[in-house]
Design a protein around this ligand. Sequence first.
Ligand code: SF4
Ligand code: SF4
Length: 473
Amino acid sequence: MDYNPKSLKAEEFIHDGEIRDTLRWAEEHKNDLPLIRSLLDRAEDCKGLTHREAAVLLKCEDEELRQRMYALAARIKDRFYGNRIVLFAPLYLSNYCINGCRYCPYHGQNKHIPRKRLTQEEIVREVTALQDMGHKRLALETGEDPKNCPIEYVLESIRTIYGIHHKNGAIRRVNVNIAATTVENYRKLKEAGIGTYILFQETYNKAQYEYLHPTGPKSDYAYHTEAMDRAMEGGIDDVGCGVLFGLNLYDYDFVGLLMHAEHLEAVHGVGPHTISVPRLRRADDIDPDQFDNGISDDLFEKIVAILRIAVPYTGLIISTRESQACRQRVLKLGVSQISGGSRTSVGGYAEEDQEEEDSSQFEISDRRTLDQVVSWLLDEGCIPSFCTACYREGRTGDRFMTLCKSGQIVNCCHPNALMTLKEYLEDYAAPETREKGLRLIEKETEKITNPKVRETVIHHLHDMEGGLRDFRF
Ligand code: SF4
Ligand code: SF4
């Protein structure tokens, strides 16, 4: 079996031999400083790097070059994403699961976790609570259980969520993270108006994957790995990939992740819309110390920076699994989206006692409220953005990527960030956050170079004070 990025067979596009060759080659060349310098020079053009090229950067331990990588990642981040950070929250609908994933407390054999599936009335309560925090963008999460959580339930829940308008609130983009499914079901999700379909690979190493997923439908490595192809066949333009660092050797999964991105680009003409980089966390029945592949904060930072260089057009997502300190370190290196004020249990937003997350999927490290996260981003000189404009304007898939690659998307992102931040400040912010935010908006509005756009933004910002909402480019 040969390596073939255009193949639709998992073991050909995530080719074990190619990953091992790549890692061997990277190890042999990790001290070839002229080679690494030339790769960094070339990456200045923001056209990305191949999995081999990225692997050699990952292996390189030269301190001066590491600093160069970080500076380059920060420049690329600045060019495509500026100082904007998009905010979202996960919403757990159901923790029923028939799979046996060894690293997740929702695995079917775990008898001490209470199983819950939100009713539509409970979803209304959860989403109302999320809207009252200021969220506009959600990622739906469910376990896999065709009986207790069928696709019809997910579709009905999406309809419910889009239909909730509490005060000035609205969820404008629902991303969906559910188990690998059929082309037909992906088509239904597309018709329901989802934003991104997210599915983490967990690990690309087939043997390790099979060990970690001993039972249930998820144990089928090929079906899981080929899911994004079926999603795209079903008409979903934007897909989000990720691995769970800590499950397998990080370098293998790093290369696999980039090969997956190259495969999607080669077959569908568009790579992943986002990449998430979660690390294994403690949870009920799960002790991360049982897994000996954990990665340090330093290495995590390096992975984020090199991903930014290798796939400049792909959004990078960091969740509240990571601590404030760690999120701070990677903020400027390439992250474009973070979650804030998250609850990782079913029904966690409407419940009064936030400590009682007995059904949570993992322990949250960053437990700040959304307003505290917004305030922190403002202190860091970032623009917290609640923008959801692209998919509502039909800018998805290759249309989005063309705008992104040409750098034109910034003409939408920047004004949209300012206008959605203003909505947040008007409706939800604490007085101190509001003051800081208004100052930033004033400063950032002046930076809009196109006079017509600047004038329109000023106009809309003014209209918002009169109660109007939902302006976008
Ligand atoms: S990771 Fe997903 S599929 Fe596996 S046990 Fe947890 S919820 Fe179920
Ligand atoms: S304009 Fe599009 S790419 Fe930019 S922040 Fe909004 S949704 Fe994202």
